[in-house]
Design a protein around this ligand. Structure first.
Ligand code: SF4
Ligand code: SF4
Length: 320
C-alpha cells in the first residue's frame, strides 16, 4: 500500500531516526532507553511509577497527524515543512496486530545496534530484548487512530503495560475506547482558550470545547489518570486559579508539571530562554498544590518535572 504522505515529511521523520511501521505508525528510540542501557539512568516515569526505561517502546499509531501544532512540540510539524494539514490525512488504517508486530520488530532493530556496544549493560540489554511497556505518545495524536482500543488490547494481550498520551481534542474516541490503557495522560497546556489558541495552535474547530469535554470524562476511567502540563516561560505559567478549575473538573489521579525543553523542532519556534528552571516549575507546582489540594509527591530535577497526587503514593507498575 502506498503511503499518502508528503515526501518532505517522510524525509524529515527518517532523518530524525523514526522507524516507520506500516502506513501511519512509528517507533523511535527514547533517549532514556539509551541512557538506561549505557549510563544506568532512567526516565522520571521509572522513578514515579516504576516502568523500566530499557524495556519501554516509544511509539505512535498516528505519526503524521496531530490536531494541534503546539509551539513547544519537539516533533516535526506540517507547518515547519510548509505542508497543509489536509495533505497529511488518510483514512486507511493498519490492523492493530500488524502495528504491534511491526513495533516489536522496529524495537529489535533499534536494540541490535547495542549488541557490539562495550558500554551497554549486558543484563539490561537481554531484558530490553523482551520489552514490557509501551508509551503511545511519540508524535501525532494517537486518538486519531480509529481502532485504538483494539491496539491497546493487543499490547495487553502480549502482557505489556501501556501509557496513552492524548491532547484531549478527540473525546469521542476516549468515550468509545474498548480497552483502557494502564495509565491515561491528557495534556493541559493552557489555563484558558486565549492561551490555548496561542500555545497549542489547534487545527480543528472547537478544540478547546473538546478538551474540556475530555476533562469531564476523566473521572469515568478506572485506570490512573494524569494531567500533564508542559510549561513555557512567558506563555502559559500564569492563571494558576484557572488551571485549578480544570483540574477540579478532571479530578485526575496525578498531575505532572513539566518544563518545556528546548530540543528538536521546537527550536524553530521558541528561544532557549523560554525554558523554565526547575525552581520555577517547583513554584508553579506549589501554587497549584495550594489551589487544588493535591500533594507534591516527587520530582526529577534533571527533567524539570514535579509530580502532584491526590494519593499518598503512586500506583507502581508491575513489570515482572
Ligand atoms: S516512559 Fe517515556 S520517557 Fe520513559 S522510557 Fe518510555 S518513552 Fe522514554
Ligand atoms: S499535541 Fe502533542 S504531538 Fe500534537 S503538536 Fe502538541 S505536543 Fe506535538
Amino acid at each position: 500500500m502506498e503511503i499518502k504522505v508528503p515526501h518532505p515529511l517522510l524525509q524529515a521523520l527518517k532523518k530524525q531516526r523514526y522507524h516507520l511501521v506500516g502506513n501511519h505508525s512509528a517507533v523511535k528510540r527514547c533517549k532514556w532507553l539509551h541512557d538506561s542501557l549505557v549510563h544506568g539512568r532512567s526516565c522520571y516515569k521509572a522513578k514515579f511509577y516504576g516502568i523500566k526505561s530499557h524495556q519501554c517502546i516509544q511509539m505512535s499509531p498516528a505519526i503524521f497527524y496531530c490536531t494541534q501544532q503546539c509551539l513547544f512540540c519537539w516533533r516535526a510539524q506540517n507547518s515547519d515543512l510548509q505542508i497543509k494539514w489536509s495533505e497529511t490525512g488518510t483514512q486507511i488504517w493498519d490492523e492493530p496486530e500488524s502495528i504491534v508486530c511491526g513495533s516489536l520488530y522496529a524495537q529489535e532493530r533499534i536494540l541490535s545496534g547495542y549488541k557490539g556496544n562495550q558500554q551497554a549493560d549486558l543484563r539490561k540489554l537481554r531484558e530490553a530484548l523482551m520489552p514490557r511497556h509501551v508509551a503511545i505518545s511519540l508524535a501525532g495524536e494517537p486518538t486519531l487512530y480509529e481502532p485504538l482500543g483494539d491496539l491497546i488490547r493487543e499490547f495487553h494481550r502480549k502482557r505489556f503495560t501501556t501509557f496513552l498520551v492524548t491532547n484531549g481534542t478527540n473525546p469521542e474516541r476516549l468515550e468509545e475506547l474498548k480497552e483502557e490503557p494502564t495509565q491515561l495522560y491528557v495534556s493541559v497546556c493552557a489555563p484558558n482558550q486565549d492561551v490555548f489558541k496561542k500555545a497549542c495552535r489547534p487545527q480543528i474547530k472547537n478544540a478547546w470545547t473538546k478538551l474540556n469535554h475530555t476533562l469531564g470524562l476523566l473521572p469515568s476511567f478506572r485506570c490512573p489518570t494524569v494531567i500533564r502540563m508542559t510549561l513555557v516561560r512567558d506563555m502559559n505559567m500564569e492563571n494558576v486559579e484557572e488551571y485549578a478549575k480544570l483540574i477540579k473538573k478532571a479530578d485526575p489521579t496525578y498531575i505532572e508539571t513539566k518544563a518545556y525543553m528546548h530540543v528538536g523542532f521546537s527550536n524553530l519556534r521558541l528561544t532557549f530562554e523560554r525554558m523554565p528552571s526547575h525552581r520555577q516549575i517547583r513554584e508553579f507546582a506549589s501554587d497549584l498544590s495550594d489551589k487544588t489540594g493535591y500533594k507534591i509527591l516527587d520530582e526529577s530535577v534533571d527533567s524539570r518535572v514535579v509530580l502532584l497526587s491526590k494519593r499518598e503514593k503512586t500506583k507502581r507498575l508491575d513489570m515482572n
